[in-house]
Design a protein around this ligand. Sequence first.
Ligand code: ADP
Ligand code: MG
Length: 350
Amino acid sequence: MLEDKNQERTSLAELGEFGLINHLTKHFKIHHSSTVKGIGDDCAVLKNTEEEIVVTTDLLIEGVHFDLSYMPLKHLGYKAVMVNLSDVYAMNAEAQQITVSIAVSNRFPLEAIEELYAGIQLACNTYKIDLIGGDTTSSTKGMLLSVTAIGSAKKEDIVYRNGAKPTDLIVVSGDLGGAYLGLQVLEREKQVFNVNPQNQPDLDAYTYIIERQLKPEARKDIPALLKELGVKPTSMIDISDGLSSELFHICTQSKVGCKVYEEKFPLDPQVISTCEEFNLDSTMVALSGGEDYELLFTVSINDFDKIKGNPNLTVIGHVTEEAAGLHLVTRANQELELKAQGWNSFSDQE
Ligand code: ADP
Ligand code: MG
């Protein structure tokens, strides 16, 4: 429904593989002195620093992880980078380099791949990331996109999932559920469009949540903010599969339980109004909706004064002994057992 009908079409075969790589990557800047050699040789070369190196990869498949009927390619490129940077920031590390590998079928003209790389380039410039390599190949059907991100942090600054202790506070950045609801709106408009292609969607009431779905931002600012506040989280993870699922990861790896409070969940007004419209429970959406790319972390209760009142951070609960399990405390003061209802890549339908 967002397709541009007047687009030019240059066949990828016209450029050849090396021409294509050069064409796509020639305008990327190098930002970090740790990048000794970027694109153009058999390997990129990075300088070994005193810091520890963090590495993360994500693989995105058309029809499984993204739908090009409402995901513009520029946004896809941007989001593919964000998803990886988010993992780096969730280690309390700084991101420096990425590699990008793509497989495309002959359905995609050069102009489409240019759009994808425009999004990747915007992400790299905004977040000061060096594109240092990748691989380019063909696919028989659809598009595959894999990004690897590399970053670093001092050994003592790295935060794992396994350090949460009973009495620690549970904190989230930003707000929850928006990306999931944005997807619901886009899916609905796609159905409407399939029935009547003349129908132009009116998405004005959903700008925030659609942006959360199509143009997420990784929380580079949060590790920086925590440093400034003098707070080192005891555990941290990014919210890609939903709050509930991430709480399970932290609790399992830290061998603790948790209690989170429904009334504390940070929700944007557009999340609340769209939940009403779709007849969805906003607490369920906050717990199970994925792709918000906010950070979830635990801090010692002694750090409460340092984080309280910060508009970027919300305390949603606390860590308990493992035997107490994982619970949601409702507004009616009922305690419900939490389930890890995040996305599961191996379920039938995602
Ligand atoms: P090789 O044959 O050694 O795999 P390639 O010819 O595939 O090398 O790649 C040449 C250079 O271009 C390498 O530096 C590689 O990392 C880079 N590169 C290839 N594909 C991409 C891509 N899609 N995005 C960014 N860099 C790429
Ligand atoms: Mg190659």
